[in-house]
Design a protein. Structure first.
Length: 236
């Protein structure tokens, strides 16, 4: 597409982080390796729920992935876990309204939330999704974080802001992640990172660290894996 950038020198490559914790080279390497090992474990689908009374028992730490329809959520989950079809991509965005649960090596549960903001989705589907989402967010004691995906190619939508408001009201910490960064030229991407960073500072439940990713090139995948390590059960 026309917004693709040509190969750039190393110093012009997009950054995986807008802000981050200062680490030595050794600490950074160990942090990334811990993330690699966590997501190298077997990841398997084990449950789906369409209503709040269908949720599985609240055992183990859960991390949920949310975003607008077609933001690249399935691609990102597949890239994180190294599986091509773990999270299936719907041919009808906005139609799936269930929560899908995946067990990651017995240490972390990944929850694939329904996409939101699809204009052609039936009103009932959107209303059901919003109700299920908020009930899950505010009532799930083992939900430790939401990973909220934003498309790096387009402006933040009203539906994204509404979702951030839901997370704030539910008091669930959420990590902002830009997707599809390979389709944005470095100057435009830098502006997008800055704008989203400023947006995060306005929301009490938003984490300040922004991770920029591409499921196509692998940008930011290792950093996002590592960012979730601290939430995982230690394991044996």
């Amino acid at each position: 597409m026309g917004d693709h950038a040509p190969d750039a020198p190393e110093q012009a490559q997009p950054r995986a982080h807008l802000t981050g914790i200062s680490r030595t080279a050794e600490e950074q390497a160990a942090w990334l390796e811990a993330g690699r090992l966590l997501f190298a474990a077997e990841c398997r689908f084990f449950f789906a729920a369409q209503r709040i009374d269908q949720l599985p028992p609240a055992t183990g730490t859960e991390v949920a992935f949310a975003g607008r329809s077609n933001v690249g959520k399935s691609s990102l989950v597949n890239a994180l876990t190294g599986r091509r079809a773990l999270a299936r991509m719907s041919a009808q965005p906005g139609r799936t309204k269930q929560l899908n649960f995946f067990d990651l090596g017995g240490r972390l549960t990944l929850v694939d939330m329904p996409g939101y903001g699809y204009a052609q989705a039936a009103r009932a589907v959107k209303e059901d999704w919003q109700g299920l989402m908020f009930e899950y967010l505010r009532g799930r004691p083992n939900l430790q974080r939401v990973v909220l995906l934003l498309d790096a190619r387009i402006e933040v939508k009203e539906s994204d802001l509404a979702a951030m408001g839901l997370f704030d009201r539910a008091a669930v910490p959420y990590q902002l992640v830009l997707t599809k960064a390979d389709s944005v030229k470095p100057p435009a991407l830098a502006r997008k990172q800055e704008a989203v960073g400023q947006l995060a500072r306005k929301h009490p439940a938003a984490m300040m660290e922004l991770i920029t990713t591409s499921s196509e090139t692998g940008l930011g995948i290792a950093e996002l894996r590592a960012a979730l390590v601290g939430l995982a059960d230690p394991g044996s």
